[in-house]
Design a protein around this ligand. Structure first.
Ligand SMILES: [Zn+2]
Length: 512
């Protein structure tokens, strides 16, 4: 008798004596556990004969999964996106797909001032989902786990719940059942994330109600294995089971992935030893020093950042990029950070970003290996407080802490005083339609007594003359003021309204 069997036998006796709930054991049949859940939800025959289930509702989603807050401080307030007019249609008749497929439709808007109208105008968007994308609801998740093609894993226990592991394509997944009701309490899956490596999401289900004999949850909540970040809070307000085909929306998109624009690298020399290197409309400067190159920002993702590093390394024979200045922690601006560290780059940023950058670099990517998993390097982080200078006989590059900026209080920008070139992320963007921190550019120039002639933004087509930066900013501030005026006329008081800044500073208060 193995030790495990001895414990199992002992437990069977003790648990019977003390009246404990029967614990799940390794030799429990995972399919039998799932069958009990199917029985609790309405019976396997009933579930497998469903053609469609539709739910509607509303909720909040964490912007950038918690990577878009004003700072990377774990106690920084979460920025939420509001989800309205949500309708999700499960097509369960697509029986070749484990879990079927879903048409997800929503309107969304930012619950914070955002630079684009597209984040403020509640467009109706839709996407077709299958595979791991339908594991966040117990009905398709259970059907996926019970699909004949699905490989089931072990039965385990977690905090009193009975958990069955399974796999959908390459995605490891789990479903946790309440031992009293046998209803699914959570599902969980692992997905690759550019900033966070393997990211595990647990979707929690609450408030089950019967609809045409099928038990379905009214509360949907998602929590990440990063910081315990709540990623979704969702309240269902209706379910329809087997609605007539005439009531259902068409599944417009094919399931095949959309064609991705092939990345193209664009290199522009700005001055001897200073280049703008960008990929698909985002990037930043590369600056030559006596023995090395320094790059601004690791934007976008692994592919984008490695392309920029490779292009930079080809600029000067014998010199390579050895450091990256990271303007701020937002997940688009740090999407290539793990890739940069995989090439051994030193990371220079505001001291307030060290914690979140360390978290990003130290998380594993073993299920979905990325460049950093294949080429591990420890993080070398150089903090900037107010001001730091990189200087040798050939070059002087000044790095400053950004002031007067509600979007990113822990940020840096850089300045080449001899060349009069300013390097920045999110101080401005010619593509922005609205500007809520429009005084920041002028405020930083004044505060640090610098005199840039050319701006190299992370976002956009490339370098911009300084007069153009101010013209863009004034136009974008005027559009934000107009946006607020229209919203107020319609009886809505939007976050960020009224606009607090013009291009020079905070506007005078009106007594009211
Ligand atoms: Zn940005």
């Amino acid at each position: 008798m193995t030790m495990r069997r001895i414990f199992a036998a002992a437990c069977l006796i003790l648990c019977a004596v003390f009246g404990f709930t029967r614990p799940a054991l390794a030799q429990d049949d995972p399919r039998a556990v799932l069958m009990r859940a199917a029985e609790a939800m309405g019976g396997l025959d009933r579930l497998q004969s469903l053609d469609s289930v539709v739910y509607t509702g509303f909720g909040q989603r964490a912007y950038f999964q918690g990577g878009g807050n004003i700072t990377g401080d774990p106690m920084a307030p979460t920025k939420w996106q509001q989800l309205t007019d949500v309708q999700r249609t499960f097509d369960l008749g697509a029986r070749d797909l484990p879990g079927g497929r879903a048409l997800y439709q929503e309107r969304w808007g930012q619950e914070f001032p955002f630079a684009g109208l597209f984040g403020m105008d509640f467009p109706r968007r839709q996407t077709v989902q299958s595979g791991e994308l339908v594991l966040d609801h117990p009905l398709p998740a259970l059907l996926a786990a019970l699909h004949p093609d699905t490989r089931l894993g072990a039965v385990t226990q977690e905090d009193g719940l009975i958990v069955v592991g399974f796999q959908v394509d390459r995605t490891p997944a789990w479903i946790g059942m309440d031992p009293a009701t046998h209803l699914p309490r959570f599902t969980r899956w692992v997905a690759p994330h550019p900033n966070l490596g393997d990211l595990t999401t647990t979707a929690w289900f609450s408030g089950y109600l019967p609809f045409d004999g099928v038990q379905l949850p009214m509360g949907l909540m998602q929590v990440l294995d990063w910081r315990g970040q709540v990623n979704l809070m969702f309240q269902v307000d209706s379910y329809r089971v087997n609605a007539s085909a005439a009531q259902l929306p068409p599944f417009a998109q094919p399931i095949a992935a959309e064609p991705v624009r092939p990345p193209s690298t664009q290199v522009t020399q700005l001055s001897p030893g200073v280049w703008d290197v960008r990929v698909n409309g985002a990037g930043g400067a590369v600056v030559e020093f006596a023995n090395r190159l320094v790059m601004f920002e690791a934007y976008g993702g692994e592919a984008q950042t490695l392309l920029r590093i490779d292009a930079a390394n080809a600029l000067v024979p014998g010199k390579r990029v050895e450091a990256v200045i990271v303007s701020h922690h937002h997940f688009d601006h740090t999407g290539g950070l793990r890739a940069a560290v995989s090439r051994g780059l030193e990371v220079i940023s505001h001291r307030g970003n060290e914690g979140i950058i360390r978290e990003m670099v130290e998380r594993p990517a073993t299920v979905f290996p990325d460049a950093l998993a294949r080429h591990p390097h420890p993080l070398r982080f150089t903090p900037v407080d107010e001001h730091m200078v990189l200087e040798d006989a050939t070059r002087r590059l000044e790095i400053y802490r950004v002031i007067e900026h509600s979007h990113m209080p822990n940020a840096v920008f850089a300045y080449l005083p001899a060349e009069r070139i300013l390097l920045e992320g999110d101080l401005g963007d010619e593509a922005w339609q609205l500007h809520w921190w429009g005084s920041a550019y002028a405020a930083n120039i004044r505060h640090y007594r610098i005199a840039p002639e050319t701006n190299v933004p992370v976002h956009g087509a490339g370098p911009v003359p300084i007069e153009q930066v101010f013209a863009n900013t004034r136009r974008q501030i005027a559009a934000a003021v107009e946006y607020c005026r229209n919203a107020e006329a319609g009886g809505r008081f939007v976050m960020g309204c009224p606009v607090q800044y013009d291009a020079e500073g905070a506007v005078p208060l009106e007594p009211r």
